[in-house]
Ligand binder design. Sequence first.
Ligand SMILES: Nc1ncnc2c1ncn2[C@@H]1O[C@H](COP(=O)(O)OP(=O)(O)OP(=O)(O)O)[C@@H](O)[C@H]1O
Length: 446
Amino acid sequence: MGSSVMEYAKIIPSVSSLLPLYASFSTSLMLLRNAYHELVPEKLESFLLSKFEYFFSRRKSKPSYDTFVIDDSWEGQNRNKLIDISIFYLSNKIGHKNKIIRIGKFKGRKNVMTGLVKGEEIVDIFEGIEITWFFNCRKEEDGSDEYFELSFEDKYREKVFNEYLDHVIRTYKAMNKEEKGLRFYSWEWPSWHWIEFQHAATFDVLAMDFDLKKAIMNDLDRFLSRKDYYKRIGRPWKRGYLLYGPPGTGKSSLVAAMANYLNYNVYELELADIGSDSDLRDAMFHVGRKSIIVIEDIDCNSGVHDRSKTDDSISDSNKNFSLSSLLNCIDGLWSSCAEERIIIFTTNHKEVLDPALLRPGRMDMHIQMSYCTTEGFRVLVSNYLGIKEHPLFEEIDGLIRRMDVTPASLAEELMKSDDADVALGEVVNFLKQKRTEKHKNIEEVN
Ligand SMILES: Nc1ncnc2c1ncn2[C@@H]1O[C@H](COP(=O)(O)OP(=O)(O)OP(=O)(O)O)[C@@H](O)[C@H]1O
């Protein structure tokens, strides 16, 4: 082993023997470089280089391009939806290269939209593929027609057609959802009128039993994910909820939280505004997809009252439609074309409703909204004052446990001041006053 190392050492030249060799090599290199610069002037050098480049680039095959044309409309067809989708998709892609930009603000859109002007183009990159969008307008006899040209290397044709266009549509849908904002519709015969839905309630801010809250959210999630299931079993993709409980326990807030959670529009139907059975059908038929239909205070209309418990001579005066018509709308005729719809009834008096409305299977879930619990009060305090602890909590908890108090009335007290000591002091006074009234009432009864 020792001898072989020695043999190798003899073969490898020493550093001192290599140095003169390296010096003479680098001197020759310098001489050559100087001679080249003297013989070949700078201009000639760049000329030769460009010829080299040209020669090699010609040898590479030039890519060939395919183009899809997205026309405004085709003969005999309605407006091409893909053109609106493209306009919306590209509004997010306008860049510094686009010097003249179309802008506009449209009904139902939160933000100002931007768009290409005639003759402009945008280059979009999708999974490394360069796709050029060119926008133009051609004059037709019956007006001008907008169109887009989509160009890309022909080898990507399948991918652009199957995957890129799908990506454009999906992006459009996501942007649309975010951008559109929710709507609140109310029925004014003969049509629905809408304003922007701005109720801020979410499940997080609702003061209600945690398990019940979780159960409702799970139920909504299951509903959303079961499109195929509903199709398979041949039932309309809809769900019904009955919210009942005293006024001020959060029934309307829960409806708003559901709408915000699902991102569904809300259609509020006042049964008092419905003139007849056919009006009711009309209103129901014109409800859009992904919506919640709310019929608030359903007990206020005698059409849905339990006949065995009400005096018909009084109630018939405000009966505009029949119960059977309402039931038909829920799960009869109307529901056969219902898609992704939720129907919610709210009532302060579940006990007066006709049993036909409460029958199992009609409303999928009956949700009782109750008076405030100590747990619910913590949620309210966190919403209104942003605190989790306070010395007055113990006293307040004791009072809440012994009384029926609505979240709405406690919220009123909490709103009286931003100072937690003052606001919670108001809550204590309010609860004590309520307790005194309660004792007085009991004494009077006795
Ligand atoms: N459970 C709750 N959680 C959080 N806030 C609530 C709750 N209940 C009521 N509130 C507050 O009280 C206000 C009124 O409540 P809401 O209108 O939701 O009650 P409601 O049960 O629908 O009443 P009504 O039967 O009179 O229509 C709400 O705007 C909200 O600020």
